[in-house]
Design a protein around this ligand. Structure first.
Ligand SMILES: C[S@@+](CC[C@H](N)C(=O)[O-])C[C@H]1O[C@@H](n2cnc3c(N)ncnc32)[C@H](O)[C@@H]1O
Ligand SMILES: [Zn+2]
Length: 268
């Protein structure tokens, strides 16, 4: 069983309701929805870090509609192939828990720096544990997990290597260069093609597998189009003109292009 660590002093936490507690009496309430906030004020860069409640709700609605089911299916397939005996998984930047809820490992933990995200995740999936915490300081012991995921979220490679067992697997999912090009062509006057390293080498890891999954989908309403925008980093960058142009779009056929990288944790 995985035992989370106190974010203040690093001692193991006893995980009872109504509050988790360490031997030094630092206590963390279990929220009504079941998640626990382990984010000390010193690790927050703002009052409400991470995705907002509105972004979380948009993503939940979009993912629940099944548009990204091929991504969840591919994730299951790769975890089964590369970590067939894995019992524990940590989803770092788990959002509202969609991908974690599609895996059937014994012990599933999700962390996200957004309290709104883990609140939503805890409501969705009662059989997994969700923490508000930063992926940069994971509240877990060294070599705790068999598998770590980062789905469209940050890669804190050193921290992921620390919490993974030797031979454990890190699955990284990134947006490819042509990911959502129809959406981008509505909101940006010219498309900047940024060269991105799609299969980065990571210290402490060996790249075992890299693959691109591409599939088409069609959104049939303005609401679905806005939900898609809210899930992407474009929501932070969009101009007034871009936002206005997108408000006129009631139907959008787009193509997802998603990179899956599977890394093996090297021996310590
Ligand atoms: C693009 S979303 C992806 C969410 C989810 N993995 C998915 O694909 O549906 C990125 C997520 O990373 C979270 N995040 C940002 N910085 C973080 C950090 N330092 N530690 C943990 N999560 C973080 C955000 O709150 C957001 O939920
Ligand atoms: Zn403590």
């Amino acid at each position: 069983m995985i035992i989370p660590l106190c974010p203040v002093c690093g001692a193991p936490l006893s995980t009872e309701r109504p509050a988790w507690k360490c031997e030094n009496n630092h206590t963390f309430d279990v929220a009504r929805q079941g998640y626990v906030n382990l984010l000390p004020v010193t690790q927050k860069h703002s009052l409400h870090p991470g995705d907002t409640a509105a972004m979380v709700a948009s993503r939940r609605d979009f993912l629940n509609a099944g548009y990204y089911a091929p991504i969840a299916d591919k994730l299951r397939e790769l975890v089964a192939a590369y970590a067939p005996h894995a019992e524990s998984v940590l989803d770092a930047g788990c959002g509202e828990g969609y991908y974690l809820s599609h895996l059937d490992l014994n012990e599933r933990w999700g962390v996200d720096i957004s309290k709104d995200a883990v609140r939503c995740a805890a409501v969705r999936e009662k059989n997994a544990k969700f923490l508000a915490a930063t992926a940069a300081h994971l509240p877990f012991a060294d070599a705790a997990f068999d598998c770590v995921l980062s789905m469209f979220a940050l890669t804190a490679a050193a921290e992921f290597a620390r919490v993974l067992k030797d031979g454990g697997v890190f699955v990284q999912v990134l947006a490819g260069e042509t990911h959502l090009s129809a959406l981008k062509s509505v909101i940006y006057p010219t498309l900047l093609e940024k060269e991105k390293n799609l299969h980065p080498q990571l210290d402490g890891f060996t790249l075992l597998h890299g693959e691109t999954l591409a599939f088409d989908f069609t959104l049939e309403s303005q609401e679905a189009v806005q939900n898609l925008l809210s899930m992407t980093p474009h929501v932070w960058r969009i101009s007034k003109e871009g936002a206005d142009a997108l408000k006129k779009v009631d139907r959008l056929s787009d193509r997802a292009e998603v990179i899956f990288n599977v890394y093996g944790r090297q021996k310590r």
